[in-house]
Design a binder for this molecule. Structure first.
Ligand code: ZN
Length: 277
């Protein structure tokens, strides 16, 4: 499951291919969307922006394409008129003079008036996006959100996956943020003092941004250990999928636990459990 940084980079690739350009051909697989095949031709693609795990493609004629890949959808970029060799079903194609962007397999596809898109139920349920440039300047807002009534009593292991708390977080980011801040996933914001809260808020913004800007990669089975090793300022996994390897801070082997039915990796020494209070 891609997380905020991967989704934003995928959106960047699509935008680099077609943003600012005029749609010459539009194609929708679903019958209820086929009237837009004519409606969108001649419009200009203004932007392609991730919102949580959804993608918004805005056109200058007042329409916005909402897509959510769920587990199956995938966007590809091709030359105009060309289609990648794939057995997946094509659901959306938008072509300009220089490129085609193609959505395969997804089923969550809608067109909304741009001035009404914020009322979309999925967007309504999202918290601020960790990669939103406006939020990045505002760790105080994240600290206040952590200590707000809605969130302060929830365990960090659950909170850091909740897109209603902060959109764009995900499983590897959760592990890395908790390790960076020395916090156990069972702790709740209400267990933290002001300094810990501030540190966590800063990490919740800095770590996704670092991954996004330095092209963090997700380790796959068989990937060479040195590929994951330190490379200057590049993002790297310090605990994620590193169980059994020594903690870089104290040498204790990293352990893997389950949290919210997802694997979570931590250092039992640097991230002690909930204090008995
Ligand atoms: Zn440690």
């Amino acid at each position: 499951m891609p997380e905020g940084p991967e989704i934003r980079r995928a959106a960047d690739r699509l935008a680099a291919a077609v943003a600012g350009q005029t749609v010459l051909r539009a194609q929708f697989a679903f019958a209820q969307l086929q009237r837009f095949e004519r409606e969108l031709v001649g419009s200009r693609i203004l932007s392609i922006t991730p919102r949580g795990k959804a993608l918004l493609t805005a056109f200058d004629n007042g329409w916005t394409l909402y897509t959510h890949n769920q587990l199956y959808g995938v966007w590809k970029v091709a030359r105009p008129g060309q289609r990648p060799d794939t057995t997946r079903s094509l659901r959306v194609a938008l072509e300009t003079a220089s490129a085609a962007i193609l959505l395969y397999s997804a089923s969550d596809i809608e067109l909304w008036r741009s001035d009404e898109i914020e009322a979309h139920p999925f967007l309504q349920g999202l918290g601020p996006d960790v990669l939103d440039p406006a939020l990045n300047a505002d760790a105080d807002a994240v600290a206040a959100r952590l200590q707000s009534l809605a969130f302060r009593g929830r365990a960090l292991g659950a909170l850091l996956l909740d897109q209603g708390f902060l959109a764009g977080m995900g499983n590897y980011l959760r592990a890395e943020v908790l390790f960076d801040t020395g916090l156990h996933p069972a702790l709740r914001p209400r267990d933290l003092d002001a300094a810990q809260t501030a540190k966590l808020a800063r990490a919740l913004l800095a770590i996704p941004r670092h991954s996004y800007t330095t092209r963090g990669i997700e380790p796959t089975p068989g990937m060479r250990a040195d590929y994951l090793a330190h490379e200057g300022e590049r993002f790297r996994f310090r605990v994620f999928k590193r169980e059994g390897q020594p903690c870089e801070r104290c040498g204790t082997p990293i352990t893997r636990i389950a949290s919210q039915s997802r694997p979570l990796f931590l250092c039992p020494h640097c991230q002690p459990g909930r204090p008995s209070q």
